[in-house]
Design a protein around this ligand. Structure first.
Ligand code: URA
Length: 425
């Protein structure tokens, strides 16, 4: 087998054989295939695609590059959720303890933010003492005793994907549906969950800007999960507007705790409950009521135990950025658009996100929204508050926020986009 013939096959729109796929993934993981050769192959895949057989084999080869976890010893069925990433997407934080409170075990291997989308681990690390890095034994222990664990994936899980994802990130090859689907599903299948709910985001703040691409990604991932014996369902959800009223690490933890306390913004509550119902259904738990578990404090109780089991203090004050800047409405009327991408880039520029994997993030940085599309606003009222420890970043963030919202004359009709756009099972 030689790598040049593999690259030529895909460059010339051919189908990669199972042997070619197994060999190239293994050889790349071992360092026998060089980064420049793999990036040529990734670009050929982005341009010419892969069929369902190729995608399934590619995913299987990435799973085989590392270890597989197994939760069979647990007394509860497992359910996991994966979001393709968005702005203000803090849903994992209230969702994992909520689903645990309803009787499932939730092993949630999560990531860090890159670019304008936030990362669950960065958000939780704003809680004093909380640890994202757990050994497999610690992860099992937290899951078994509290019903939910949110932690970083160990180095042993799908190492081929770790290497390939970092390469795609710097070679303009992230946006290939076969590569996104196999990347996400190889980690989820190797993790060993019995059921999986995918939250595929659609809109300006998401990878998938239009619903047709999102449907194709969702169908591909649901097919991969189902073929591997993981009960998999996808919801396509709106990411043209930020979720909730906050984008930024500690700001989003605060909002998640509000949801767990029975309050919080309506869109965050709606999506949390919709995903919880899907997870419980996929896990075969029929008689639980997630709305009740939010209202009666049992989800909050699981949150507190989960945070404490990972070294965090659920009662500690969250970090607050040193400086604030308020953006006011330039005119009165109805807010008809608030662009998720612009808000995401603004929060990132304030220090909530990172440009490179090794960059630190500011726990208190981000954007707090005071109005959402459909709200009536008055000239001079606060529209958003920007938070950062480094005030020289305000100007840079304000640049990203230019043109991100529209205010129409009072009385203009406004019809809200639904949160859940489609379901693929
Ligand atoms: N998230 C992943 O884990 N992989 C991708 O390719 C894209 C998003």
């Amino acid at each position: 087998m030689d790598v040049i013939s593999v690259i030529r096959t895909k460059r010339d729109r051919g189908e990669l054989s199972p042997e070619q796929i197994d060999w190239v993934i293994d050889a790349y993981t071992r360092g026998v295939v060089a980064d420049e050769q793999m990036s040529a192959l990734a670009m050929a895949i982005l341009l010419n695609g892969m069929n369902r057989t190729e995608i399934a084999r590619w995913t299987a080869a990435m799973i085989a590059s590392g270890e597989r976890m197994n939760f069979d010893a647990l007394s509860r069925p497992t359910a996991d959720k994966h979001s393709t990433g968005g702005v203000g997407d803090k849903i994992t934080l209230p969702l994992a303890p909520l689903v645990a409170a309803c009787g499932a075990a939730v092993p949630q291997l999560s990531g860090r933010g890159l670019g304008h989308t936030g990362g669950t681990l960065d958000k939780l690390e704003s809680i004093p003492g909380w640890r994202a890095l757990l050994s497999n034994e610690e992860m099992m222990h937290v899951l078994d005793t509290t019903g939910a664990v949110i932690c970083a994936a160990g180095d042993g899980l799908a190492p081929a994907d770790k290497k390939l994802y970092a390469l795609r990130d710097v070679t303009g090859t992230v946006e290939a549906i076969p590569l996104i689907a196999s990347s996400i599903m190889s980690k989820k299948i190797a993790e060993g969950t019995g059921s999986l709910v995918l939250d595929v985001k659609v809109g300006t703040g998401a990878f998938m800007k239009n619903i047709e691409d999102a449907r194709e990604l969702a169908r591909t991932m649901v097919g991969l999960g189902t073929d591997s014996g993981v009960k998999t369902v996808a919801l396509l959800t709106d990411m043209s507007t930020p979720l909730g009223l906050t984008a930024g690490n500690a700001l989003e933890v605060r909002e998640s705790v509000e949801v767990l306390a029975g309050g919080g913004p309506a869109d965050v509550v709606e999506l949390t409950i919709a995903l919880a119902k899907e997870m419980l259904d996929a896990a075969g738990i029929k008689d639980a009521d997630p709305a009740k578990a939010l209202a009666d404090g049992s989800a909050m109780d699981h949150w507190r135990r989960m945070i404490a089991a990972q070294g965090g203090d659920p009662d500690a004050a969250l970090p607050v950025a040193r400086e604030q800047h308020v953006v006011t409405a330039p005119e009165s009327g109805v807010l008809t658009r608030l662009d998720a991408y612009g808000v995401g880039v603004g929060a990132w520029r304030l220090g909530a996100g990172r440009a490179r994997k090794e960059d630190p993030v500011q726990a208190g940085a981000g954007i707090e929204l005071h109005a959402k599309p459909g709200d009536t606003v008055t000239a001079g009222q606060p529209l958003m508050t920007l938070h950062t420890d480094t005030p020289e970043k305000f100007e840079y963030a304000l640049g990203a926020l230019e043109g991100t919202y529209d205010i129409a004359p009072a009385g203009t009709a406004f019809s809200a986009t639904p949160i859940v756009l489609d379901r693929i099972a």
